[in-house]
Design a protein. Structure first.
Length: 106
């Protein structure tokens, strides 16, 4: 359904940037400008990155990503690459794996 700009409806914005929906091998890069916690019914975390063109993108947290993002500070430049689903040799469970690289803010 196409949105009609003259229909009197106003779009509600809850303050989240566009959400990154990665496929295996995809990456996103930007300055970490905000960490939002307690989002949604599961109390999830979202990392907000500001890209070079000043647009923002949200990255939803996962257990492995959270562990790696603990060493990233606000205003650091971060590159997050989605490595796909992996099997844990210890638990046998499947998890999302990530590569995180950081360039420290001056």
């Amino acid at each position: 359904m196409e949105e009609n700009k003259n229909d009197g409806f106003e779009t509600i914005n809850i303050g989240l940037a566009d959400t990154w929906e990665p496929k295996e091998g995809d990456s996103v890069q930007g300055k970490l400008v905000e960490i939002k916690t307690g989002i949604g019914e599961n109390g999830s975390t979202i990392y907000v990155l500001e890209r070079e063109d000043k647009t923002q993108i949200s990255v939803w947290d996962s257990t492995v990503l959270a562990t790696k993002m603990k060493v990233v500070n606000l205003l650091d430049e971060v590159r997050i690459k989605y490595l796909g689903m992996k099997d844990s040799p210890k638990s046998g469970r499947t998890y999302k794996d990530w590569e995180v690289a950081v360039k420290r803010a001056s």
